[in-house]
Design a protein around this ligand. Structure first.
Ligand SMILES: Nc1ncnc2c1ncn2[C@@H]1O[C@H](COP(=O)(O)OP(=O)(O)OP(=O)(O)O)[C@@H](O)[C@H]1O
Ligand SMILES: [Mg+2]
Length: 152
């Protein structure tokens, strides 16, 4: 998981830029889990992309903290940003397909819809969000137990 996160962050280093500090808080004692790496890479990519946009909207400087931890029988991967935050009225809609607050031509509004499907349908996990201005956390919880083969 940490190798995957590192490679995603490296791939996105150009987009993240120099004004955003990346902090890694990895729990190195975590066990590996069965997962679909290419799909999870898509999830991490979208969460980082959204975090960068939110910090760009908040002036361009900020900190992205990527944290892993064990939560009972699940593995937590958290992306925390210091961006503008998600207004309360949008919180119920951010996972809807085509919901976007980005200018026309910039976002399709599919990132979180796809991410949700990958985490929930394909990995039997969940995504939770906590947000206030300056502190938004997307928490992906993945079961530590085997991913069932038949899921799609
Ligand atoms: N970290 C975040 N901080 C603030 N708002 C966010 C954050 N992540 C998502 N959002 C809000 O949720 C909306 C939907 O996100 P989603 O990733 O599904 O689509 P998008 O980023 O707008 O477009 P796409 O991902 O297709 O390029 C965003 O437009 C934004 O309003
Ligand atoms: Mg997005």
């Amino acid at each position: 998981m940490h190798e995957l996160l590192d490679s995603t962050l490296l791939m996105l280093s150009g987009k993240i830029g120099r004004r955003i500090k990346v902090v890694k808080e990895y729990d190195r004692t975590l066990p590996g889990i069965p997962a679909y790496p290419a799909e999870l890479n898509q999830v991490w990519t979208n969460l980082v992309d959204n975090a960068v946009s939110a910090m760009n909207s908040a002036g361009g400087d900020g900190t992205l903290t990527v944290r892993t931890a064990r939560d009972h029988d699940r593995l937590l991967v958290e992306f925390r940003d210091t961006g503008v935050g998600i207004p309360a009225e949008d919180r119920g809609r951010i996972f809807d397909p085509f919901f976007t607050t980005k200018p026309v031509g910039e976002g399709t509004g599919l990132g979180l819809d796809i991410s949700w499907r990958i985490v929930v349908n394909k990995h039997h996990g969940t995504i939770q969000v906590e947000s206030e201005p300056g502190d938004t956390r997307f928490q992906v919880l993945l079961p530590l137990t085997a991913v069932e083969e038949e899921s799609a």
